[in-house]
Design a protein around this ligand. Sequence first.
Ligand code: G
Ligand code: MN
Length: 269
Amino acid sequence: MTGTEDERPDNGLLAEVEQAIADGAIVPWYQPLVDLESGAVVGIETLARWILPDGTVRPSGTFIPLSEESDLIVRLDHAVISRALAEFAAWHPQHPGTALSLNLSGRHLDRPDCADWVERALAEAEVDPALVICEFTEHKPPNDLALCAATLDRLRDHGVRVWLDDFGSGWSGLQHLRELTIDGVKLDTTFTRAAASPLGEAVVRAAVDAARAFGFSVTLEGIETEAQARHAREMGCTYGQGYWWSPAVPVEELDSVLDAVSELPHLGQ
Ligand code: G
Ligand code: MN
């Protein structure tokens, strides 16, 4: 068990991911972000999908975690974001009320050029910063908290909204939250599932209440039923995402998804 393949089992896949980025085979798909109060689609989140030559779609879980082990994720994110901004620039005029959410690995926050890159990408695609949300995943604490805070401040000064993804499951302790200025947090699917039990619900409410106390918007992911959507709203969440409204779809299918969401029953009072 000491061969090279055992020591570096992911080398083959890493090389494939690099090639896929170069070939433009890792592309943005989009999942609607819904205002739980009005039921309106207020944004679309960009999610990476790897399209194989035979049309097979590989979900992000098969290549993002590996890419996040190195700065490969930065190149991957740049490729997906650049394409998403170009698609959004073309799609948005017909949907003026809709924002674009972009995923950036926490690794971007260790780089001094992060805000520069985002500002330049928005300018090149001619996308209004006020329409853009940058979601940073918090898989590990930033190396340099001052640099991280400066980057987030600069993005916000530029007009971009900044959210922390996977809130409550990464490094965001209360101390960090006091030092970092952000606009919103996202709670992942585990919170939605947990909310089904009384103890789990207490934990979800605590997380929502803490985020709201800081003035953040709260998005709950993984909502699959109307009952979960109502519950999310009742617990004080601002936005919801999940299969109840739609899975992520390619840009060509977005218009019909938005039509279908508008036909869903209103969550009511
Ligand atoms: O729907 P999906 O399984 O793709 O999304 C699960 C999670 O995978 C997202 O919440 C996000 O954290 C991550 N993810 C999806 N696409 C990207 C991407 O392009 N870049 C990064 N950094 N993370 C992504
Ligand atoms: Mn996200």
